[in-house]
Write a protein that binds this ligand. Structure first.
Ligand SMILES: [Zn+2]
Length: 225
């Protein structure tokens, strides 16, 4: 395939929001530079974009933007690219022998579409059935947030959350549903402000009809206390 054709294929992959792998595509040398070095480089890049657009960066309101954006990219929006930021997986023994499903619903998701670098905003619902190991509830929120803080594809985010919890909890019985709005769809392109995207990943027992049904029914429960 010629380079031009390849480029075209990548463009349409991105435009159609299709991801290529369940692992975030990273380069070997992703962490050769320190955060501070990355911020320094990205700051110049943001400045370059703004200047190219014709903005006057001597204006007081715009002066600080390149540095602010660079810091936000490295430390916040894309901070979850760094494996060191992964929430540590302290687990507990299931002493009270609770053998039913545990659902953590309405976990806030703030992520970034990797095709347009625009926000993905929504809710994640995560569930597992313990086989003897349990995690603290907030750990599930932290795991969702860690994988959300990357350039993402919603399908991949859903799978990464399930895989991580399967590993931490040492069971296949984990599920995740994400319902989210993509600003690249809502605010530009087709400009459909109402549409949202639902993705799901069901592992182990959650592949069974009844267990899946139970989980989905819990998600639907009105929990506005
Ligand atoms: Zn997008």
């Amino acid at each position: 395939m010629k380079f031009d054709e390849k480029l075209e294929e990548f463009e349409s992959l991105g435009d159609n929001h299709v991801g290529t792998s369940s692992n975030t595509p990273m380069r070997q040398d992703a962490f050769k530079l320190t955060n501070e070095e990355k911020i320094d480089i990205i700051k110049d890049d943001v400045q370059h974009i703004m200047e190219t657009l014709g903005l006057d960066l001597t204006d007081d309101s715009l002066k600080g933007t390149p540095n602010r954006v660079a810091k936000m990219f490295v430390k916040e929006l894309f901070g979850g690219l760094n494996p060191e930021k992964k929430p540590n997986a302290s687990t507990f023994e299931n002493k009270y022998q609770y053998g039913e499903m545990l659902v953590e619903k309405n976990i806030t998701v703030y992520s970034t579409c990797e095709h347009h670098l625009l926000p993905i905003v929504g809710k994640a619902h995560v569930a597992y059935i313990s086989n003897g190991t349990v995690v603290g509830l907030s750990k599930m929120n932290r795991i969702v947030d860690y994988f959300a803080k990357r350039p993402q594809v919603q399908e991949r985010l859903t799978i990464q959350i399930v895989k991580e919890l399967q590993e931490v909890l040492n069971t296949q019985d984990v599920a995740c549903v994400i319902d989210a709005k993509h600003l690249c769809v809502n605010s530009r392109g087709i400009r459909d402000t109402e549409s949202s995207t639902i993705t799901s990943e069901f592992g182990g027992k959650f592949k069974e009809k009844e267990t899946k049904r139970e989980f989905l029914d819990y998600i639907k429960l009105d929990t506005s206390f």
